[in-house]
Ligand binder design. Sequence first.
Ligand code: PGA
Length: 246
Amino acid sequence: MRKIAIAGNWKMYKTQKEAKEFFIDFLPLVENTIQDIQVLICAPFTNLPFLVSFTANAPTNLAIGAQNLHWADSGAFTGEISAPMLVELGLKFVIVGHSERRQYFGETDATVNQRVKAAQKYGITPILCVGETKQQRDQNETEACIYSQLKLGLEGIDQENLIIAYEPIWAIGTGDTCATTEANRVIGLIRNQLQNQNVTIQYGGSVKPENVDEIMAQSEIDGVLVGGASLEPAIFARIVNYRATN
Ligand code: PGA
C-alpha cells in the first residue's frame, strides 16, 4: 500500500513566534481530516525543538521534519546538523537533496546519497528530491537527469524507508506548475526505477489550493511537497484537505 504524504517545506521562513502563530491557526483546520495521511512540516532548525513540543498533542500523523542533515554523526562541520541531533528531538523525517541545496550549497548526488544513508541509519525517513532544470527539459534530458540522480542518490539505500519528491526545478517558486499528466508520467518513470513499488513519490513545484486536487487525482502521485503555499495556515490546510477525484 502506498502512503499519502503531504509535506510543507518552510525553507528559511518563520521565526519561532511566527511558527507558533501558524500552528495555532493550522491545527484546528486539519485535526479532524488527517487521519489517513501523513502530514509534515519541515521547518528551520531553530524551530524544531519548540514545534515538536508544541505539537505533542496533535494527531500522531502530523509530524515535524528537518530540511537537511549531515552524513557524519558528529565532527568539525561548522553549520551542519547531524542525524543523532534530529533523533534526540524525536524527528522522523528530513528533506535531502532539495534543488536549492544542490544549487546554492554545492550538494552533489554523492553527498546527497551520504545524507540519505545517515538519515536511514538513524531510522529517519529521508525525502529525496530529484528534478530537472529548464535547460535539461528543453534539451530533452529530463529522463536522463532523473535516472542519473536516482542511480547515484539511491545507491545502497533501503527503499523501505524512503520518500521521493519529483520537483522540476523550473516549477519551484515560479507559479509555473508542471502539467499534472506530465508530473504523473515522470513519477511513473521514477517508480519503474525502484525495487519497492510502494515508495511514496510526491510532486513538488508551485503546488497550491487551485491545483492540488488535480495533482492528487493522478494515479502515480502519492503526495505533494509544498514551499510557498505551506506558509499560510488556511492555504496549507486546504492543500492538506485536498479532494482527489478518483
Ligand atoms: P514551491 O516550492 O511550492 O514554492 O514551488 C516547492 C519546494 O521547493 O519544495
